[in-house]
Each structure stands twice: as C-alpha cells, then as structure tokens.
Design a protein around this ligand. Structure first.
Ligand SMILES: NC(=O)c1ccc[n+]([C@@H]2O[C@H](COP(=O)([O-])OP(=O)(O)OC[C@H]3O[C@@H](n4cnc5c(N)ncnc54)[C@H](OP(=O)(O)O)[C@@H]3O)[C@@H](O)[C@H]2O)c1
Length: 299
C-alpha cells in the first residue's frame, strides 16, 4: 500500500515509517525542512514537502496514496485552541480527498480527551470525547465523526502516554519541575494514574489498524491501563537523587503551575476492545522500566 504520513518526522512518525516499510508498504512522508526530508530518505521513505496547513498540498498527498496516517500536530500548548481548530481543518481536507474511495485515514487523538462515565474505573473505546468547547483538542475527534458521516473510511487512534527511554511526553515536565523545585511532588496519595504504551507497540497498532481497522473504529493503544503518579514520582526521585513528597491539592498550582489540573487527574484507560478486535498484544517495556533506563546523568 502507498501510505501518506503527516508528522513523519516526529517522535511517533519516525518509528511508524520503518514499521510500515518493514511490512512492505511504500511510505510518503510529509516534511517541511531539508533536514526532515533527508531523515525520511535515509529511512527509505519518499519525502513530500509541505506544511500540514497548506490544505491543497495536503489533499495532493492524500490523493497520491492508498491510505493516510495523520500524526502531525503543533504542540505549542499556549495556543492549543488555534492548533486544534487547524487540526479540524486538516482532517476535513484529508476527508474531502478520500470521500467515497474506501481508502483508510487514521487520525490521532488521546485517551485523555475521553470523558469517563460515572462509576467507570477507566475510559474505554466506546466512550465519547469531551466537546471542543470544553476541551479544544477534541476538535480532532469531532472532525473524524463529521467525515465519517460523509463516507470516509476514518479510524481514530487514541494514544495514552507513548514512551521509550528518550521520550515520555508530559513526564519531561515533571522532571523539569523537580529539578527547579528541588523535590519531586505528587498530589495526595498519588494513586491517580497515567495510561501508557511503548512506542514500538503504538506504531504496530497504527499499522494493524491501517491494514484491518474498520471505518468508524476508535482504538486505544493502551499497554498499561494506569501507572500511579506516586510510582512515577519515585522513579524520578531515584533518577535525580531528589526527595519525593506528597503535596495537597491546594498546593498543586504553586508546584505544577498550568499543569496542576492535569497532574491531579486519574486518566486510566483500557485497550481491551482494541486487543480483541485487532488481535494486538503489546510486548514492549513498561513506562517505569523505560524511565529507569533513562540517561539520568545528563539531567
Ligand atoms: N507522544 C505521545 O505520548 C502522545 C500522546 C497522545 C497523543 N499524541 C498525539 O500523537 C501525534 C504525534 O505525536 P508525537 O509525539 O509524534 O509529536 P511530535 O514529536 O511533536 O511530532 C509532531 C510532528 O508534526 C509535524 N508538524 C507540526 N506542525 C507541522 C506543520 N505545520 N506542517 C508540517 N508538519 C508539522 C512535526 O514536523 P517537524 O519535524 O518539521 O517539526 C512532527 O513531524 C500528535 O497528534 C499528538 O498530539 C501523542
């Protein structure tokens, strides 16, 4: 299959490219710099120059392929509403190019955007996203639902914290804050949880969903339903040789700043329905194992 990938030069995209190539697919990777193009060519992919917000260029990329995986996103969280609305326009443009073709389009969302039903221990695939009025990033899933209604074979991939020994997303902020404050904090009893998946397992699920996913499929790339924030704090404390302390919810904003709300949430998510439907079994290292293997000396 000829697969057009946006975000091909990002953390997940850089692992997705070899995963698809090894499975025999031809990969066309969107890039916006010479450096990105060079990396893609070295990996064996075909570079396709363009900005993800250049919608006519984007449609051309989609039209040249048999399937599309959209992972590009601007993570400048100071302007999350603007970037989320741009993502809505991107998904609508990709949908326009693929309407009625039966070609799969995977868009990337997060398990953290899903609203947990009352009494549920963790969110599941059939739970719906919060609305974008409340949670701007939900524009992605709203756009996916809109193009599904227009006969596009769209699939939503919801990611938890994706990790390897170099990247752990929001945990990098916990590490930075611990170094600034001189101790590692967690809130209350620290039993609120973060779901996780190793990047190799995540990209394998993208490939399987591309090959076998159904239109309108919502999949959770979850290997670990929830790792307690207290355990994460303890590994950070050991790595940085700093004390680990519980703080009250009231003290959270003075330690975590804008991240206080996120740091207090229990974000546990299940991937059971995804595993059953797509026969996906994660095998990679756990989040805590990758954290322990980090290059702590360079921090
Ligand atoms: N990593 C996680 O733990 C996690 C968890 C939940 C959801 N997600 C979602 O998964 C997706 C991929 O995440 P990631 O961790 O791989 O992100 P990332 O490392 O920040 O990569 C972002 C990618 O988007 C590209 N991009 C951004 N703006 C662009 C633009 N205007 N034009 C063209 N390309 C542009 C970047 O290109 P350059 O290389 O040129 O900058 C890069 O390839 C995102 O939608 C993210 O929100 C990730």
């Amino acid at each position: 299959m000829r697969v057009f990938i946006t975000g091909a030069t990002g953390f997940i995209g850089a692992h997705l490219v070899p995963e698809l190539l090894q499975a025999g697919h031809h990969v066309i990777g969107l890039c916006r710099s010479e450096e990105g193009a060079k990396k893609l060519a070295q990996a064996g992919a075909e570079p396709f120059f363009g900005d993800v917000n250049d919608l006519s260029r984007l449609r051309a990329g989609a039209l040249s392929a048999d399937g599309v995986i959209h992972t590009a996103f601007n993570h400048d969280f100071a302007r999350v509403r603007q970037h989320s609305e741009e993502d809505r326009a991107v998904i609508e443009a990709l949908g326009e190019a693929l309407t009625g073709s039966g070609k799969p389009l995977i868009v990337t969302s997060g398990t953290g955007l899903v609203e947990r039903r009352l009494g549920e221990d963790c969110v599941i695939e059939t739970d719906t996203h919060a609305g974008s009025a409340k949670t701007p990033r939900a524009a992605t899933e709203e756009a996916a639902n809109a193009i599904l209604a227009k006969n596009v074979h769209v699939i939503v991939m919801r990611l938890p914290q994706v990790h390897d020994t170099h990247h752990q997303g929001r945990i990098a902020h916990h590490i930075r804050l611990a170094k600034e404050k001189g101790y590692v904090a967690y809130i209350g009893d620290g039993q609120n949880r973060l779901p996780a998946v190793h990047v190799a397992d995540a990209v394998r699920l993208f490939r399987v969903a591309l090959e076998h996913g159904r239109p309108g499929g919502f999949y959770h790339a979850v290997a670990e339903e929830g790792v307690a924030m207290r355990e994460i704090a303890q590994v950070i404390g050991t790595g940085l040789r700093l004390p680990v302390e519980s703080i009250t919810a009231d003290a959270a904003s003075s330690y975590f700043g804008v991240l206080a709300g996120l740091a207090s949430l229990d974000l546990a998510a299940s991937g059971d329905l995804t595993r059953q439907e797509l026969g996906w079994t994660p095998t990679g290292p756990s989040l805590l194992s990758d954290l322990r293997q980090m290059e702590w000396a360079s921090h």
